[in-house]
Design a protein around this ligand. Structure first.
Ligand code: NOJ
Length: 740
């Protein structure tokens, strides 16, 4: 449709019909079933109002959605189709690793490809919008939703956020490409949760956020901004407050920062029931006032609350809200429907044949396998890995994840969850004659109910299982212990103060150690766990996160050396939960670590180091890399100038490997305190044994900008340090001056 036709359509709509476009309901209000991702009991809506809504949440399936849409469009007074939305977070049916693991790939290319596949499968299932990318910067492993983010770094999150937008929507606005949502396989993305949701106080789910505007702008906004500039079609508000104002009613945040400063002109949706939640936050008297706050702040769609559907029209009729605001919002929604081509084809690409052809097809599984392998982070390896394929090395796989299909992460809803590849299935492709023993359940029985763990030991089975595991360990040369948290221990509503492995699994580990010290521990988790004891006991430790459909194959690939480990931590691993929030790009203090000689009066803790167990960017390979000193082509940079930094990286080990070379900058003195280091680039190099490669980075003046003492976004002249190395702890450094 032409813009003129959309305007004509808007002009023909009654106020009630327009408000309808601004309402999203859960699928179970229209049909049987559907995924419920929040409270629904408070929703009250007449059938007539239901027939006018603009969007549906939580239903997939080409046939089911076709039936719903057909009926809906037929009965709608203007035959306006529904926008069909769903949480496709790390894959639709072919499940990729959780986003935190995707962060560990440090690979925009792989992340883009995974989003492209997710979009293809999701659109085949009849969907139009996915509630992804989630670009909340995360620093606190207690928060269950760290799994949905790509990690703790603004630069990495921005690069990967842009990649997801390109993958979903098939184009990059920043690169000047036109929006092409109509094209088969493209889906509209939705940046969430705007803004700052990743910093809930104490890591408590749905908790509020306290942060300075400077840190908010410098660390938390960049990834949302980058994805908005890439052309992401939608943005979702967050549940939290900022400066004590809930985002969903925060006019400054939405109208000034998002729309004016970032130039976002797409559709803004509230999070689930977030408009009505302004009542419980205590800034709205009732649903009517909440509706007014949200529309004034610029929220276009109310996701599952009573506010818009009940009160928006009345607010206009009483002269409390200008109808112009409604028209602007509805126009944005109609435009998105038009961009998706829904007026011509309300089903978009929904097709049962396509579902059959694409869901978990060979090509998608291959990609999932490759990406999963690239996301694993090898933390420690004392000559244990890779495992030998020869029968002479006897290997026992022990633990509740040795043969477990629940490896998808909590935001994954494949048609057949059982189709995930277990470690056992993957390992048996590599070698025969190995032992596989469960040892214990993922969770002790008393925890099962709480986390929906379902399993229980039979009479006397617990001791028997342990004894069997110890016996298997005794008879093996190496033990691969497959441990992990339960998928329901993280994700939305999954905050925890104890971020260790379940205690029954720690008992298993300790018992195995008594009979066999050659332990390789493979850890499944959706957050950085407190793994100090695990890394002390084990000779090798590999994090595999929640790896998705092809998890077992990918794990076997890496364990047996058919794929080389190359993941790098996208979040720092704490030594103790008492250290969180812990992140590498913290601000310089007046008393740096180790300074001063007196006992006491030093920065940090008296009972624990300030250093993480493993820093951001860390990860081992099966080989070693040697770096030359950082070289700069000049030692002075002028305004708008650039400078080239380079290193030579050499593979000095016996196996090939892929290294993620990381560039960090430090602004030594600023008008406000600056981070000790900040990531400003990364590059992967694959090198054969003995081979060297040169890696260059262009450093631009724009990379040095920050919010100065006057809150202006500028670079300040002075000394800068350039670090290039294997992780955020690197001390390989050169210096230059920025001159004005
Ligand atoms: C609430 C979550 O915060 C959000 O991330 C999700 O997209 C919506 N529910 C819809 O399921």
């Amino acid at each position: 449709m032409e813009l003129k036709e959309l305007q004509r359509l808007l002009g023909e709509m009654s106020l009630e019909e327009k408000v309808g476009q601004m309402v999203q309901i859960p699928a179970n209000m229209l049909t049987e079933g559907g995924l419920i991702t929040g409270p629904t009991d408070s929703i009250e809506m007449t059938q007539e109002k239901v027939s006018l809504v603009g969007a549906l949440l939580g239903k997939t399936g080409a046939k089911e959605l076709r039936d719903i849409q057909e009926e809906f469009v037929k009965n709608h007074p203007h035959h306006i189709p529904l926008l069909l939305m769903y949480d496709i977070i790390n894959g639709m049916d072919t499940i990729f690793p959780i986003p935190l693991a995707m962060g560990c790939t440090f690979s925009p290319e792989l992340v883009e490809k995974s989003a492209e596949v997710a979009a293809k499968e999701a659109t085949a299932a009849g969907l139009h919008v996915t509630f992804s990318p989630m670009l909340d910067l995360v620093r606190d492993a207690r928060w269950g939703r760290v799994m949905e983010s790509t990690g703790e770094d603004p630069w990495l999150n921005s690069e990967l956020g842009k990649a997801m937008v390109r993958g979903y929507q098939g184009s990059s606005k920043a690169a000047g490409e036109p929006l092409d949502l109509k094209k088969e396989g493209n889906i509209a993305g939705c940046i969430k949760h705007f803004a700052g949701y990743g910093l809930p106080e104490g890591g408590r789910e749905y908790e509020n956020v306290e942060i300075s505007e400077r840190t908010f702008r410098e660390d938390y906004l960049p990834a949302y901004k980058a994805a908005a500039e890439e052309g992401c079609a939608m943005v979702m508000t967050s549940f939290n407050t900022l400066d004590r104002i809930p985002s969903t009613g925060n006019k400054w945040l939405m109208r000034e920062v998002l729309r004016k400063e970032m130039g976002f002109d797409g559709v803004l949706i509230s999070d689930y029931s977030a408009i009505d939640e302004m009542i419980t936050h205590g800034i709205a008297q009732d649903s009517r006032e909440a509706a007014k706050l949200a529309i004034m702040a610029g929220v276009d769609i109310d996701m599952v609350s009573n506010a818009y559907v009940k009160y928006l029209a009345d607010l206009v009729c009483q002269g409390e809200v200008e109808e112009r605001l409604i028209d602007e919002a509805v126009m944005r929604i109609l435009k998105l429907k038009n961009d998706l081509g829904l007026f011509e084809n309300p089903y978009k690409d929904g097709s049962e044949e396509k579902e059959k052809e694409l869901f978990c097809c060979k090509e998608h599984r291959q990609l999932a396998r490759k990406i999963a392998a690239a996301s694993f982070v090898l933390l420690k390896n004392e000559q244990m890995l890779p495992l030998k394929k020869e029968a002479t090395e006897k290997v026992a796989f022990i633990g509740p994840y040795a043969e477990n299909v629940e490896i998808h992460g909590s935001w994954s809803f494949p048609k057949n969850p059982e189709s995930a590849i277990t470690i056992k299935a993957g390992a048996e492709q590599k070698k025969t004659g190995m032992t596989f023993v469960q040892g214990c359940l993922v969770l002790d029985e008393d925890q099962c109910d709480r986390y929906g763990g379902k399993q229980s030991y039979g009479e006397g089975a617990k001791d028997l299982m342990l004894a069997e595991a110890v016996m298997a360990a005794k008879n093996a040369d190496k033990v691969v212990l497959c441990l992990g948290e339960h998928r329901n221990q993280s994700g939305e509503g999954g905050s925890r103060v104890n971020i260790r492995l379940p205690e029954n699994q720690m008992i298993l580990l300790r018992e195995i150690q008594k009979v066999n010290a050659n332990i390789v521990t493979v850890v499944f988790s959706a957050r950085p766990l407190e793994l100090k004891e695990v890394t002390e006991i084990s000779k090798a430790v590999m994090l595999v996160w929640m790896p998705g459909t092809e998890g077992g194959n990918a794990i076997a690939d890496v364990l047996f050396g058919d794929s080389m480990p190359q993941g790098r931590l996208s979040m720092s691993m704490p030594r103790s939960v008492g250290q969180v929030p812990i992140y590498y790009n913290r601000f310089s203090t007046g008393r740096p670590n180790g300074s001063g000689t007196a006992v006491g009066f030093i920065h940090g803790y008296i009972d624990e180091s300030t250093k993480p167990l493993y820093p951001f960017g860390y990860g081992l390979s099966y080989t070693e890399f040697e770096y030359s000193k950082v070289e700069l082509d000049k030692t002075e940079m002028c305004v708008n100038g650039t400078l080239t930094a380079k290193v030579n990286v050499k593979n000095i080990g016996a196996l090939p490997g892929t290294e993620t070379v990381q560039l960090y900058l430090q602004d030594v003195k600023g008008s406000v305190v600056r981070p000790v280091k900040m990531l400003r680039g990364f590059e992967k190099v694959t090198l054969q044994p003995g081979e060297s490669g040169e890696v260059r980075f262009e450093i631009k003046e724009s990379m040095l900008k920050f919010y100065d003492i006057n809150m202006d976004y500028v670079s300040e002249p002075g000394l800068f340090r350039v670090f290039i190395g294997q992780d955020s702890d690197t001390e390989n450094m050169a210096e230059f001056w920025l001159k004005k």
